[in-house]
Design a protein around this ligand. Structure first.
Ligand SMILES: Nc1ncnc2c1ncn2[C@@H]1O[C@H](COP(=O)(O)OP(=O)(O)O)[C@@H](O)[C@H]1O
Ligand SMILES: [Mg+2]
Length: 370
């Protein structure tokens, strides 16, 4: 990064946020903050409260009682403004008196789920001319929305589990017809999911029509579109890391090994999950995952980083693409850092690389689109 050789890069780390993955985001941000070398970067932390207020914080505080961290609501409000000197952070008190915090060169949005990983924050950053880590507005919006993501993946010919998308309005209009269509098309067990969520929140497994009905209704607590997907039994879950802009690099798959009935929120963040990096799978399976990961990343037009997840059915040798995450979990229990470490790219170097990719993306693409 010769451009910044004489001055430190000013990094804004954004975390918390309005989604149900608020706490996970705080844990991910703690990992990012720990990796940033203060000799190289001036780091500003902005925590987004659950109701969407940007506040100035020192970092991610430890709760001290074993509960997950969250963004406290007592800090000064901050906002990003575009000044004549470039993008700037400004803080102000409740009476609207305030002062500058400082300029921003690049933002690392460490936000998972809606209002963070879905293109909304990316749009705000792009419109203020701030470089940011990860996928652009459109790719983020596609990546978070399982219905749109599946459309794009099928256009690319990627193998996926059969599914139906059910709009809430359709369900409320004629539940019977929707149930008939689902049960006439897809065999049980079925997985019901909100179209735009993450961390297994709002996801249920259904083995009969009653569970299916309950599952669809549970999904509507999070989104107006529910995905109903054919369920696989006895699968292995493999995940590949992807980084890059014009040229992408893909890791060998890692495997998440868990004991619950499916990989749920609690198993992911509260109970220990075993990660195997790289996964012990035949070479042909590893390369198929890597090829699909690259295709999936490019298909949605992602840049910066992503993690592509697979279902591997060992008995038949089949691999299905489950999803892409454009801001993968970066907590100590997450897959993204260790799959890269297994390739020889250690976490602090990976964080440097992601910031470099963000700066590179604006310098190349800033003149085109967000
Ligand atoms: N079709 C399926 N067959 C079997 N297990 C599934 C299926 N879909 C989801 N799961 C289980 O549920 C977990 C969460 O589903 P996923 O679609 O990845 O949602 P999220 O975006 O919340 O991570 C998966 O990691 C897997 O354990
Ligand atoms: Mg998932």
């Amino acid at each position: 990064m010769t451009r910044w050789a004489t001055a430190k890069t000013r990094v804004l780390v954004l975390f918390g946020g309005r989604s149900s993955e608020h706490e996970v985001s705080c844990l991910s941000a703690r990992s990012v903050l720990a990796a940033l070398d203060r000799e190289q970067y001036v780091v500003t932390c902005v925590g987004i409260t659950r109701d969407g207020r940007w506040t100035l914080v020192d970092g991610v505080a430890d709760t001290g009682n074993g509960t997950l961290p969250s963004v406290p609501d007592d800090g000064d409000t901050v906002t990003l403004v575009r000044t004549r000197k470039g993008p700037w952070l400004v803080r102000f008190r409740d009476d609207f008196t305030g002062e500058q915090v400082g300029p921003v060169d690049v933002c690392f949005p460490v936000l998972h789920g809606p209002y963070g990983e879905d293109g909304t924050v990316q749009g705000l950053l792009a419109s203020h001319g701030v470089a940011y880590v990860g996928a652009d507005v459109a790719s983020s919006a596609i990546g978070i929305d399982k219905r749109q993501m599946k459309h794009v993946f099928s256009a690319r010919g990627l193998p996926q589990m059969p599914y139906l998308a059910v709009r809430r309005a359709q369900w409320e209009h004629d539940q019977r017809a929707v149930l008939d269509e689902i049960t006439g098309t897809l065999p049980f067990p079925l997985f019901t999911k909100p179209a735009r969520q993450g961390s297994s929140i709002g996801i249920c497994r259904a083995t009969d029509a009653d569970e299916l009905t309950a599952g669809i209704e549970a999904a509507y607590a999070y989104d107006r579109v529910a995905i109903v997907e054919e369920g696989l039994e006895g699968i292995r879950e493999l995940e590949c890391g992807v980084i890059g802009n014009a040229e992408v690099q893909v890791t060998r798959p890692g495997e998440t090994v868990h004991t619950g009935s499916f990989y749920d929120y609690e198993a992911k963040y509260l109970a220990p999950v075993q990660l195997r990096c790289p996964a012990e799978v035949p070479e042909a399976i590893a390369s198929r995952c890597m090829e699909y990961a690259r295709d999936a990343f490019l298909a949605i037009g992602a840049r910066g980083m992503g993690r592509v997840d697979f279902f591997y059915v060992e008995a038949t040798g089949e691999v299905f693409v489950n999803e892409i995450n454009t801001i993968p979990g970066l907590t100590p229990a997450s897959m993204f850092p260790p799959v890269w470490a297994a390739e020889g790219l250690e976490w602090p170097t990976l964080v440097d690389r992601l910031l470099e990719l963000a700066l590179d993306a604006v310098s190349r693409d800033g003149r085109y689109a967000p």
